[in-house]
Design a protein around this ligand. Sequence first.
Ligand code: ZN
Length: 312
Amino acid sequence: MWWNYSVICLGKTKSILVSIMLVIALLFTSCGKTVSKAPEDNVVIVEVPKYEKIPVTISDDMEFAEYSAIKTGTAYLYKQSERKVILGRFAPVVAINAGHGTDIDLSIKTLSHPDGSPKVTGGTTKEGEVYSYAVSRGMTFPNGVKEAEVTLLLALYLRDELLDMGYDVLMIREDIDTKLDNIARTVIANNYANIHISLHYDSTDTDKGIFYCSTPSSKKYRKMYPVNQTYELNDLLGDTIVAALATQGEKICGQGKLPMDLTQMSYTKIPSIDLELGDRASVHTPDRLKELASHLATAIYCIPLESFPEVK
Ligand SMILES: [Zn+2]
């Protein structure tokens, strides 16, 4: 698996470098492992659970918690019994945020930005609005399936892929109605994860491919706290994920990014992206979502950890 991921991350032209890294990686891996001996006849083998599932909620002392309007829901942190290490560094805890899936009155709104300034681009909420939908309902596919149902199934498949690979995973939403708005989701991710990926499908009908919502060019927006702390890493995270998906044959929309002022990115304190996995014309069968989850897990493995804050 290691070599496979590495080739996808770096591209074929660097395969010689990868081979050298592979040898080094395998040496480290085999050196660090305890070789288990064959059990004696009278020894009882106790299966130790690979990970535990911990419910987590928002609390008032968390930064930006007071800006959230819907925050009674529970997220779940899946914690491995052993931390995953990639080339000598602890792997990030990955927050998977299945977009939408909060059944609420759409009149509930929250501040678009923590400093009360207006939105600098359009989106579900228009440019210039000081208040945005706390969380929107998302689109519906032509066959009647809701975006929130598709993002949830994709998130569950991705969770299982990442857990199998040894990552700790924060699942922001695991059912069809979780009472957490976009600010609450971001606050929980800020406190329990190291990177945050929300999963969405766009409302167009052109099968345009995958992109992420990158940071708008507005200088004022980029200077606003906490955007000024994170936007470069947000975009690096997005560029990395989209490039790794392209290498695995996924269709990419244009340059793979579209500038968008979103609540998630305006409140995040950790590297974070809104990833649009296609649109209303995209195939979203369970088999296709399983394939996409596998490609996403590989893309997450490709994150250049040396460029991100070190995980303690
Ligand atoms: Zn969406």
